[in-house]
Design a protein around this ligand. Sequence first.
Ligand SMILES: NC(=O)c1ccc[n+]([C@@H]2O[C@H](COP(=O)([O-])OP(=O)(O)OC[C@H]3O[C@@H](n4cnc5c(N)ncnc54)[C@H](OP(=O)(O)O)[C@@H]3O)[C@@H](O)[C@H]2O)c1
Length: 166
Amino acid sequence: MILIFAVDNNWNIGVNGDMLTSIPDDLTRFRLLTEENIVLMGRKTLEALPEQKPLPNRVNVLITRSKDYKKEGFQIVNSLEDLPFLLEKINPLGKMEVFVTGGGNIASQLLPKCNRAYITKIMKSFENADTCIPNLDLDKEWEIEAESEIFKFNELNYRYINYVRV
Ligand SMILES: NC(=O)c1ccc[n+]([C@@H]2O[C@H](COP(=O)([O-])OP(=O)(O)OC[C@H]3O[C@@H](n4cnc5c(N)ncnc54)[C@H](OP(=O)(O)O)[C@@H]3O)[C@@H](O)[C@H]2O)c1
């Protein structure tokens, strides 16, 4: 599995159920990387999506403990133990990548299953942030494979960093 997240200096990813910010080029990159693949998200991340609609041209998998949860366009799974069975069913040949797209809770639990991470590092500390993912810079099991130049959007500086499990 592959983590894909936009983080701030402290690896924060969200505030009040919402994203910290929105960078158009980053959203385009997210779309290009994840299209034709599987996107996996927790129920709270779904609720942050515009109109709670599935992401187009992707297989959308939602994780919730609510057994009767239904949402058009989403495959629902009720536990991480059941997840491999669902993935095997929808991706029997393993041709699609599985992207862990949110949020902090799901990322922390699935990190041990991930061997790659596409991180957008936003060079700012959002003081009011309330959700984060594990800091891969402090994790000896991860190293940087590639990093982009610094880009700018309005007052924000950011760069793309690809991590791999050592
Ligand atoms: N910066 C970024 O790239 C980025 C990307 C995505 C999201 N975000 C932000 O992240 C925040 C949301 O993250 P979050 O950590 O609060 O929530 P989350 O990970 O999106 O969702 C948590 C929910 O997932 C379900 N869940 C978690 N573990 C489960 C398990 N083992 N089995 C079954 N269901 C399980 C539960 O749903 P139920 O309560 O329904 O059981 C739980 O409440 C928002 O602020 C969002 O905007 C940021």
